[in-house]
Design a protein around this ligand. Structure first.
Ligand SMILES: Nc1ncnc2c1ncn2[C@@H]1O[C@H](COP(=O)(O)OP(=O)(O)O)[C@@H](O)[C@H]1O
Ligand SMILES: [Mg+2]
Length: 240
């Protein structure tokens, strides 16, 4: 199976500070892949490199086997990348419905968009009850659902999520992860960045652990769940 997304030996800098050291990772179609790591390990920067928002100094980004390193962000989005950014970033003064339809702004297939909106309401019944509510008044977990639904309205080839469980109560963490699994089982490839390693690995197929910009572990979710180094890798344990 060919990866649908690849980072190859990426070195990223912010001025003199190096955020990635030969970062390589593969995302396979139909799977959930998670990039794990503590604060400031370079996870969000990896997301930005994937979207072309930050340019690596060296290394390549491949989308569907094509070299996309020089592509701008709009071209990558047109190709089929969608993101659920850190802290959701909804339009707080717009209604839930308006937020969802913005996710489909590139699409011309209006009838299919209407069908997809119906699908979102099946997937996230809580959203259906709140379509006319202003998004900023939703709870954190509900906002996360709207952010996921908005990204799915773009009919993505890869749904990319930056710390989807951040700031949520344990109950909502479980709910959101379950929804990500459901979305994946319905056919969407998922790439997610998480600090919450154990929880993310419960639903993922593969993962890798980033520490100070270096991939220290890489494997199937089962291998990583079995590996005690996963937690010590970024809970202040010994460097590995
Ligand atoms: N815009 C920026 N300018 C300078 N340094 C940055 C910027 N964004 C992130 N960094 C630095 O890059 C490193 C990785 O950050 P980030 O990718 O946000 O990590 P994570 O998402 O894993 O917490 C950190 O040391 C951070 O301080
Ligand atoms: Mg981050």
């Amino acid at each position: 199976m060919e990866p649908i997304l690849r980072l190859q030996e990426v070195n990223t800098f912010y001025g003199a500070v190096q955020a990635h050291f030969d970062l390589s990772l593969d995302v396979y179609p139909g799977e959930i892949t998670c990039l794990l790591g503590g604060n400031a390990s370079g996870k969000s920067t990896a997301m930005k490199v994937i979207f072309g928002l930050v340019r690596p100094r060296t290394g390549r980004v491949l989308l569907g086997g094509e070299d996309a390193t020089s592509w701008g962000t709009p071209r990558r989005v047109a190709w089929g990348l969608r993101s659920v950014p850190e802290a959701r970033r909804l339009f707080p003064f717009m209604t839930v419905r308006e937020n969802l339809l913005l996710g489909a702004y590139l699409r011309r297939d209006r009838r299919q968009v209407a069908k997809d909106l119906e699908r979102m309401l099946d997937l996230f019944p809580r959203i259906g009850e709140r379509l006319n509510q202003v998004a900023g008044t939703l709870s954190g977990g509900e906002q996360q659902m709207v952010a996921m639904a908005r990204a799915l309205m773009g009919n993505p080839r890869i749904l990319c999520m930056d710390e989807p469980t951040m700031g949520l109560s344990p109950l909502w963490v479980d709910r959101v992860l379950e929804l990500i699994q459901t979305i994946n089982r319905q056919g969407t490839t998922v790439f997610m960045v998480e600090q919450n390693a154990r929880a993310a690995l419960q639903i993922a197929h593969r993962g890798c652990v980033l520490r100070h910009g270096v991939v220290t572990l890489n494997g199937t979710a089962l291998e990583l769940l079995d590996n005690p180094l996963v937690e010590s890798a970024y809970l202040g344990g010994k460097a590995i």
